[in-house]
Design a protein around this ligand. Structure first.
Ligand code: ADP
Ligand code: X2W
Length: 242
């Protein structure tokens, strides 16, 4: 089993979607997809006069932002991706973590309506994958009081750990983790923390690298961060400490 996380920057680009669809048509068994969409949530916040704010790469989510995040991520973003996949004949099933209580979260109250995945109904997901379906999961989880905004990298890592997946791939807009002007073919846990502390790994790359390490610790065998051209073998492989 394989989990592929798609970043929000990529989803906007028709050439990315075309490439993704071509790759999925060749891929058997089909993977499980988790998508982001942070860029679209920020755009909606700005449209209604809110300023996006992040702590440690996670969006501070007040009441109004929660509504926008749910409408965007579990709504237009998820359904647009599902529509593109379905048009291409792929058996896409679009859901968020609240559907069938697939992903429950632990609230992170200092961030508002943000949760960290705490339980995944892996049995249900495994069944769908075994049936040949292509689950497409939006990063909204279920917690006390209802719907929570979840960082999509954390969502993907939790699902990959629960399945467990043999491989978790973070598809993003850079070819891998860069340090000293080059893409690193691999990166160990301790080195990753040094690069985070030094500010070389920053912003949205922080939750991605940390989620990668959590997935490895939870038993996912292989985790990579790459762009679409590295989907099969490229990018940066994140390695747990030997
Ligand atoms: N050391 C690094 N190497 C590569 N990218 C980095 C690094 N540090 C920060 N980044 C940033 O992380 C971004 C990817 O994270 P993010 O924007 O959250 O992507 P996604 O939407 O795919 O989750 C890159 O576009 C880049 O600007
Ligand atoms: C809590 C939190 O930060 N949630 C994210 C969910 C979307 C996401 O992670 O999108 P990308 O993968 O495109 O960055 C957000 O609101 O931006």
């Amino acid at each position: 089993m394989r989990v592929i996380k798609i970043g929000g920057h990529e989803l906007d680009q028709p050439s990315f979607l075309e490439g993704l669809i071509a790759a999925l048509r060749r891929m058997r068994p089909l993977p499980l997809l988790v998508h982001g969409g942070g860029k679209a949530v920020s755009a909606w916040q700005q449209r209604v006069g809110l300023t996006p704010r992040y702590i440690g790469g996670l969006r501070v989510t007040d009441d109004e932002t929660r509504e926008l995040a749910v409408m965007t991520l579990a709504g237009l973003t998820n359904k647009s991706l599902v529509a593109a996949l379905a048009q291409a004949g792929l058996p896409a099933l679009g859901l968020c973590g609240a559907d069938l209580a697939l992903v429950r979260v632990e609230p992170l109250p200092e961030l508002g309506w943000v949760g960290k995945p705490s339980a995944v109904d892996a049995e249900r997901l495994r069944r769908w994958l075994a049936e040949g379906l292509l689950p497409v999961i939006a990063p909204i989880g279920l917690g006390p009081g209802g719907l929570y905004n979840v960082n999509a990298d954390q969502m993907a890592a939790a699902i990959a750990a629960a399945l467990p997946a043999e491989e978790l791939v973070f598809l993003t807009d850079v070819p891998g983790v860069q340090a000293e002007g080059a893409v690193r073919p691999s990166l160990r846990a301790r080195e990753a923390e040094v690069l985070i502390a030094a500010g070389v790994i920053r912003d949205g790359m922080i939750p991605k690298v940390r989620s990668a390490l959590e997935a490895l610790a939870a038993g996912v065998r292989r985790v990579r961060i790459t762009n679409l051209s590295g989907l099969e073998a490229g990018g940066t492989e994140i390695l747990a400490e030997a």
